[in-house]
Design a protein around this ligand. Sequence first.
Ligand SMILES: [Zn+2]
Length: 110
Amino acid sequence: MLASSLRREELLALDAETILRRLFWQEKLLRLESMAGDATPHFSCTCSRERVRKTILGLGADEAQSIVAERGEIEVGCDFCGAQYRFDPIDVTQIFSQTDAFPPSSTAVQ
Ligand SMILES: [Zn+2]
């Protein structure tokens, strides 16, 4: 479809961005569902840099580092409030060097 008009690296970057967005949205949708019982229709965004950091962590080191290699940074935009979160190579390295971000062995599924 559009693939032929895009350079390969752009396509890869776009794809990674889509993955980030999808992960981000899943979490938001879950949160919205949990708030459905609340009669108050106010709409506040719960995004945060910490949340995006965990999303990047969920991508995996290889994927995240490949985005940094292609773009020089990882930039994630919130579709709700429009906030932009940028992670430079140092940030990304720190994300994956903080092993305590992972819960103890419970999620280590074979
Ligand atoms: Zn937001």
